[in-house]
Design a protein around this ligand. Structure first.
Ligand SMILES: CC(C)(COP(=O)(O)OP(=O)(O)OC[C@H]1O[C@@H](n2cnc3c(N)ncnc32)[C@H](O)[C@@H]1OP(=O)(O)O)[C@@H](O)C(=O)NCCC(=O)NCCS
Length: 181
């Protein structure tokens, strides 16, 4: 399973990617607004790769490692996982700080939503972000995740809750966006 956009290649991670994943995911700027472990060890990368593969095998969706098409550099990760509600899935992502602000998250998320609706026939795709992470909220808005509800999200130390937003989109809205494009 590979997804391609104009600048990106998304594919399930392999153990060969572990060093690159550690190099990016261990940056505190990546961990700060996510539940990515910190510090991030090689074993964390191997766990993520194994979980991604298990999810692909079981559900036909899972984690992607993201590479630039030209240069084949690893720049981040994105996932699509069942929520437990039939035909609902959630997505989450992180990118290397050196490439922030170039539209890569928006481009990758758009491809994952396309895959979720067109190939997996999902009935809803959602994502969470912290109130303190408006850049991620903006990425979700840009791809058309127009519904937003305030939620409490787990604090990254696991001891409390912090204010966040769940954003989501339905297939009919995705189709309308494609028609309008
Ligand atoms: C959030 C993150 C994924 C964004 O990635 P990115 O590749 O920089 O995103 P894009 O370039 O596609 O879009 C970012 C948008 O947010 C906007 N933005 C950036 N900082 C912002 C801020 N403080 N407030 C509001 N909008 C902001 C940008 O201007 C851009 O919108 P625009 O195209 O309308 O100008 C990236 O910063 C990241 O990996 N952060 C750490 C991990 C993380 O937080 N993951 C998401 C967890 S929910």
């Amino acid at each position: 399973m590979k997804l391609e956009s104009s600048r990106l290649l998304l594919k399930p991670p392999s153990t060969e990617d572990a060093d690159s994943i550690v190099a990016v995911a261990s940056d505190w700027r990546v961990a700060e607004t996510t539940l990515v472990p910190h510090p991030y060890a090689a074993s964390d990368a191997l766990t993520w790769i194994r979980n991604a593969r298990d999810s692909w095998n079981e559900f036909g969706m899972g984690g992607f490692a993201i590479f630039t098409r030209h240069g084949q550099a690893f720049i981040g990760a994105i996932g699509l996982r069942p929520t437990g509600i039939p035909d609902h899935a959630s997505t989450g992502y992180w990118f290397c700080p050196s490439v922030w602000g170039r539209g890569f998250a928006t481009e990758a998320l758009r491809e994952v939503i396309r895959y979720g609706f067109d190939a997996c026939k999902l009935a809803r795709i959602e994502a969470n972000h912290l109130i303190a992470n408006p850049a991620s909220g903006r990425v979700m808005e840009k791809v058309g995740m127009g519904h937003a509800i305030h939620v409490d999200l787990p604090e990254r130390d696991g001891h409390g809750l912090v204010p966040g937003i769940t954003r989501y989109i339905y297939p009919a809205e995705w189709e309308a966006l494609k028609t309008a494009a």
